[in-house]
Design a protein around this ligand. Structure first.
Ligand code: FE2
Ligand code: FE2
Length: 131
């Protein structure tokens, strides 16, 4: 069954950030489950809406922290956030057929999470120190 399992290597070493990242993973899984269960379009739309809102809020927080601390990798980090938002919007626009759409969503997000947490977020949160 499609879904993202949290892996220890996703941890960025800050329990608060890891908790936020876990919430994002849970919201991806909720949206994937709604697709798989062929839930009504409104429910699917609302699961995607929750996911998009949570991701946008999380990115805004990190980007504010980067600006406030004049973080040296702000642009590449922000570009990678934009890349995810673009692909999430594309996934939302595509016609939805349960299993295929659920698979496409989890694969795209899992790949992005794995790379982004490891490359960008772990570096950022190391630099910021405990916060
Ligand atoms: Fe990030
Ligand atoms: Fe993050």
């Amino acid at each position: 069954m499609p879904g993202i399992k949290w892996k220890p290597e996703y941890s960025v070493g800050d329990p608060g950030i890891d908790a936020e990242h876990r919430e994002l993973v849970d919201l991806v899984n909720t949206a994937a489950a709604a697709l798989l269960a062929h839930q009504p379009d409104d429910d699917i739309q609302s699961a995607f809406g929750d996911l998009l809102r949570a991701i946008t809020a999380h990115f805004a927080l990190e980007e504010r922290q980067m600006r406030e601390t004049r973080y040296d990798q702000l642009q590449p980090h922000k570009d990678d956030h934009e890349r995810l938002l673009d692909s999430l919007r594309d996934l939302m626009d595509e016609p939805r057929d349960g299993e295929t759409a659920a698979q496409a969503l989890t694969e795209a997000l899992e790949e992005w999470f794995a790379g982004h947490f490891r490359v960008h977020d772990s570096r950022l949160h190391r630099k910021l120190g405990p916060h």
